[in-house]
Each structure stands twice: as C-alpha cells, then as structure tokens.
Design a protein around this ligand. Structure first.
Ligand code: AMP
Ligand code: MG
Length: 351
C-alpha cells in the first residue's frame, strides 16, 4: 500500500510518500519540502500560507518524480490536520481534498505531534519510547499509556523553538535561529582557552514547574541583557556579555530544563527509551545532554536523522498509512482542520 502525506502545519510545505511493501529501512520513498525562511522577522501566518500555495505543485511533482510514481499509483492521501497555524493547515487540507476528489483516493487526517513519534519508531529501533518533542511551536514530553499518547509535561507558554527563534531575532539573526544559536554557543566553548577553559555561563531563570516548563521569563531576562549589551556597544564601553556567552547560557539553561522533565517522565512511566523529535532536537548539545542522562539511568537514546526531526511529510504519510490500515478514513466533508487538537485527544487505533 502506498500513502502520500502532506505536511503544512507551519513553516514547511512537504510531500512524503511511503510504501509499506518495502523493508523497514526503505519504506520512505520520497520526502520533499520547501520551507519559509527569513533574514529578519519570524513567520507571518498569511505569508507562510502564500508560500505554501506557491510551492505546492512543484513539491508534489518533485516527490512523485523521486518515488517514480504517478498520483494514480497512490492508495491513500494523508494530511496534517492538527495542530498548527490555521492559515497554513488550510492549504494542506485543501490540497489533500483536491487530489482525493480528482483521483478518487481515500483521505486520512493526521496529528502532527504523534507523527513525530511514529516516524521515530519507524526510522530508529525505539519500540516504546518517551518522546521529547521540541519544535517551533510544540514542546511536549509524550509517552504511550492506556491506548493514548499522553502528555506528561509541556510548555506552559511558548514552544522552545519559538523561544530560541525570538531570542535569535533579538540578536539580529534570521529565521530559523536555532542553527545560528547553536553555532555561537559552540564558539563560546571552543574560543575560550581561558585559565580553566570553561565557557562563561551567565545565570538565567530556570523554569520547571513539576513536569511543565515555561520560557517567557527567560526570554524577558535575555532581552534585557541584549539591550544592555547593545547600549554598551554603542558607547564603546566594555560589555559584560557577548553574543556567544548569551547563546551558550540560553542553550544550557533551557536544555537542562528539558532533560530534567524527560528524565522524570522516564522514571514515572518506567520506560527505558528516549526518542528525540522536532527541529530543536537537531541540536548536538541537546543530544549530548540527553545521551548523558540516559546512560546514567540505563536508558537508551534514539535520534532520527535531521530530515525526520524537523517538520517533514514522510511522517504524515507513515502515520496516515498506519491509521488507514487500522480502519481510519475521513469523509470529504469532514476533511477540515483542527488547529487546537491535542496529542491526548486522539484514540490510538493502530497499536
Ligand atoms: P520544527 O517546527 O519541528 O520544524 O522545528 C523548527 C525549529 O527548530 C525552529 O524553531 C528552529 O530554530 C529549530 N532548530 C532547527 N535546528 C536547530 C538547532 N540546530 N538547534 C536548535 N534549534 C534548532
Ligand atoms: Mg513539528
């Protein structure tokens, strides 16, 4: 069976194709995307939706060419139905309905957060992991218990990626800011051959509330520090902070918070596997911190390749296929969007 998946929850429009006849490591036969990037500023919903409209045909053609297929050969169409930015989700849903009507193919609506977890189970050896899902808008610790993917901890305000991107924007870096912040944080470690070779860490608020986290206070604190740094620079005064120090300190703080709640979730759920997901999980320092924590408690960490960590459509196709085989199918009139649907609202029928 061949499933074509459409991703359009936020900055990325993607088409992925999976074929479940093939062996595990070969099932994904296309994973093509085009993402919004900016030099200044973040994602503006209406502009991101315009971007998706502009690129959707080309992305589809590329994905079909990559898989060497025609739309007639596809058995099921899946699309990201929840959660996400309404403007963006609507483009993917409409594109899915058009293909479904034109080629008479069944439709499946997929939850983007659960898709991150299921693609991780496909492309790694993880069987029943705790997912540390760190992306732009979403920050959740998820695990399977009693027929649902439960949220054991999450952000109480913005997502960790939004935090990093906003902080990066304040420093004058473009979108996405994560890779630049990682680079500058690394420079703080490597360019610091001072006496004891330790990078300079500036204390920031540490915001863990039980199993939940929040980033607003840390962001405000950093904004004040950036303002002070810029004012000192303008007056050619010595500045107590550099870009590198701030990036390093921000990363160390928020990653430590996430590792803490991930560890507690492993303990509470009595699970032995940690799976990383979401674009922020591309960060090598985060991976290193998670790996240390897992080793210390006899657990195993799994990290999919970057193309399956960031938003991608292969994961939508894969979960769509699992759902369809479990009997899930949408009527065309029900194939709308659910921007606010939560991970634990979904009845898991496929495992
Ligand atoms: P997603 O929404 O899952 O595609 O993830 C996008 C987010 O991942 C954006 O906020 C990026 O800034 C962030 N990101 C991408 N690469 C990195 C990285 N190396 N370190 C930290 N964050 C990253
Ligand atoms: Mg995502």
């Amino acid at each position: 069976m061949i499933c074509l998946g459409i991703e359009s929850t936020a900055h990325t429009f993607g088409i992925g194709i999976v074929d479940d006849k093939l062996p595990k490591e070969k099932k994904i036969i296309a994973n093509v995307k085009d993402s919004v990037t900016t030099k200044t500023g973040g994602i503006i919903p209406a502009k991101a939706a315009d971007h998706h409209v502009d690129v959707c045909d080309a992305v589809l053609r590329n994905a079909l060419a990559k898989a060497n297929l025609k739309l007639e050969d596809v058995d099921v169409i899946a699309y990201s139905q929840s959660p996400g930015i309404g403007h963006c989700l609507r483009i993917g849903a409409m594109f899915a309905r058009i293909i479904s009507l034109k080629y008479n193919k069944p439709l499946v609506g997929v939850n983007h957060c659960i898709a991150h977890l299921e693609i991780g189970r496909l492309v790694t050896e993880a069987k029943d992991p705790v997912l540390l899902y760190l992306s732009g808008a979403n920050t959740q610790v998820i695990a399977y218990e009693g027929k649902k993917y439960r949220i054991f901890g999450e952000t109480l305000d913005i997502g960790i990626g939004n935090f990093i991107d906003t902080f990066a924007r304040e420093l004058g870096l473009g979108f996405p800011g994560g890779p630049m912040v990682e680079k500058l944080a690394k420079a703080e470690v490597e360019n610091n051959p001072k006496e004891n070779k330790t990078p300079h860490y500036i204390e920031l608020p540490y915001c863990v509330k039980g199993m939940d986290v929040n980033f607003g206070g840390i962001l405000t604190n950093l904004k004040h520090k950036i303002k002070k740094m810029n004012e000192a620079r303008e007056k050619a005064h010595h500045t107590p902070f550099t870009h590198e120090t701030l990036c390093y300190s921000a990363q160390e703080t928020v990653f430590a918070m996430m590792v803490e709640v991930a560890e507690r979730a492993l303990a509470h759920c009595d699970k032995k596997e940690l799976l990383l997901g979401g674009g922020v999980a591309c960060n090598k320092r985060l991976q290193e911190m998670c790996d240390k924590m897992c080793k210390a408690r006899g657990a195993k960490m799994f990290v999919p390749a970057n193309e399956f960590l960031i938003d991608n459509a292969a994961m939508i196709a894969w979960l769509g296929l699992l759902q369809y085989k479990a009997g899930d199918k949408l009527k065309i009139e029900d194939a709308g969007i659910k921007p606010y649907l939560r991970t634990d609202d979904i009845e898991v029928t496929w495992r």
